[in-house]
Ligand binder design. Structure first.
Ligand SMILES: Cc1cc2nc3c(=O)[nH]c(=O)nc-3n(C[C@H](O)[C@H](O)[C@H](O)COP(=O)(O)O)c2cc1C
Length: 307
């Protein structure tokens, strides 16, 4: 079995290339179930918190999940304790994880985002911040990450507030995600991650009414992988900063496809619900594949694969 090679992501050393998709692995609940064994065999090389907002949120009304062919629709609605609750009770526990911590934040206005970024970046336990831009700016009505101008304005305003790396998470529900990625890079983002979930809905077979309590939700899992690969490819071709690719990754082979599309690192999301150790398995399989491909094509091949 091959060794997992370390990488640097935005100057932060990681022991491998596999992160979790925000909101898809509850490390605090997993620690309650698996105890310290979780830390000894932690499946990811960096941990991304689920998205937090300034005020606490209950999340969406149930039902919140629907299984699609080869995928999942969720309308969880970002339930979280809010900034103060996160800092007081979740952050100290996440700081015990044996890997660098990325905190994902979402604001419904630039002022909210400013307050989140300032407060989170003051904390030494946090290695990087991820800006989840899949939400409307209540001031403009536009989805922040769907519009290059909105994204640039937000990143320009947030960039001077922190010295920590800023990852911008792009939404796939945009006309031109590569233009949005380029705008984020131009405004000072250190990395991009994509894709977030695609908009979707399902109908109750009995009543014929929308199944999800929130009517629509976000599609994830293998069903979105081909879309994600195309978007990662298009974005990575437009920017020089690292891209973290995700969307339906279930195996090292899937992850290697994202690396071939231009991703420096990858994230495992929906697959962790089926197999909580999926991150570790994907990491091992990916390392073996990259080594094999690198050996076949020499040093140039390894460079092309983003090694
Ligand atoms: C149940 C669930 C909750 C999620 N919560 C968040 C979240 O809080 N913040 C975020 O940026 N993305 C969230 N996502 C999106 C994932 O991080 C990821 O971008 C997406 O699911 C695609 O990867 P996958 O197909 O491997 O799951 C969530 C996805 C799922 C399925």
């Amino acid at each position: 079995m091959s060794e997992r090679r370390g990488i640097e992501l935005c100057g932060v050393p990681l022991r491998g290339r596999v992160l979790n998709g925000s909101g898809t692995f509850d490390a605090i609940a997993a620690h309650r179930v698996f105890g310290d064994e979780l830390y000894e065999r932690f499946p990811f090389d960096a941990f991304v918190s689920k998205t937090i907002t300034l005020a606490p949120r209950q999340g969406n009304p149930p039902p919140r999940l629907w299984e699609t062919p080869a995928g999942l629709i969720n309308s969880i609605g970002l339930p979280n304790r809010g900034l103060q609750g996160f800092l007081a009770s979740d952050l100290p526990r996440l700081a015990e994880l044996p890997v660098p911590l990325v905190v994902s934040v979402m604001g419904f206005s630039l002022d909210e985002l400013e307050r989140l970024v300032r407060a989170v970046s003051e904390r030494d336990e946090v290695a990087m911040l991820e800006l989840n831009f899949s939400c409307p700016n209540v001031e403009t009505g536009l989805i922040m990450g769907a519009d290059a101008g909105e994204t640039a304005r937000a990143v320009e305003r947030l960039r001077p507030l922190t010295e920590k790396p800023l990852i911008v998470k792009l939404t796939p529900n945009a006309t031109d995600p590569a233009a949005v990625g380029a705008a984020a890079e131009g405004a000072g983002a250190d990395a991009l991650s994509l894709i977030n979930t695609l908009k979707g809905m399902a109908f109750d077979p009995r009543s014929g009414r929308p199944w999800l309590g929130a009517v629509t939700g976000g599609v994830s899992g293998p069903a979105v992988r081909a879309v994600a690969l195309q978007q990662v490819h298009a974005v990575a071709a437009r920017v020089a900063i690292p891209v973290i690719g995700m969307g339906g990754i279930q195996s090292g082979r899937d992850a290697a496809d994202f690396v071939a599309a231009g991703a420096t690192a990858v994230a495992v999301g929906t697959e962790s619900f089926r197999d909580p150790e999926a991150g570790a398995r994907v990491g091992r399989e990916l390392a073996a594949l990259l080594e094999e491909r690198g050996a076949e094509s020499g040093a140039g091949g390894a460079a092309r694969l983003g090694a």
